[in-house]
Design a binder for this molecule. Sequence first.
Ligand code: ADP
Ligand code: MG
Length: 149
Amino acid sequence: MEQIIETHGAEETFALGKKIGKSARPGQVYALNGDLGAGKTVFTQGVAAGLGITEPVNSPTFTILQIYENGRLPFYHFDVYRIGDVEEMEEIGYEDCFYGEGVCLVEWAGLIEEILPENCIRIEIAKNLSSGFDYRTIKIEQNRTEVGI
Ligand code: ADP
Ligand code: MG
C-alpha cells in the first residue's frame, strides 16, 4: 500500500506524524528518508507527540539512538546519518528495539537498508521547490497491515 500526502508547512508534517504516532503499535519500525532539511525530525517530533511523549525530541548529534520511555510505548529514535557501518547498530543492540515491544523510527534509514525489517513502514519526505519553500510530499509505503492514517 502506498499513500502520498502533501504538506504546506512544518505544522502539517508534525500533525501527520502525530496521527501516525497515535495509531502506532508495538514493534512498528518507521524507516524515514529524505534530504537534509526535508522534515524528518519534524515528522519524528509529531510521532513522539502522538505517543504521548512530553520530553523534547531532537536529532541526536553524536548518539545514534535516543530512547524515550514516558509515552504510551517506548520510543526508539535512531538517526543514522553519521553511521559508518551497520556493525555500529549491532553494538547498540538495535535488534532488541526493532523486534521489541516499542516503536522505532529511523532517520536516514537508507544507510542501514540491509538490516531494516521487511515489514517496516517506509516514509519518504521530499521537497519540490517549484511548489513553494514549505511544500513537501510525504510518501508512506507498507507491505502488510494498514498504516492507520
Ligand atoms: P531533517 O530532519 O529532514 O534534516 P528537519 O525536520 O530537522 O529536517 O528540518 C526541516 C525544516 O524545514 C524545519 O526548519 C521546518 O520548519 C522546515 N519546514 C518547512 N516546511 C516544512 C514542511 N512542510 N514539513 C516539514 N518541515 C518543514
Ligand atoms: Mg533530522
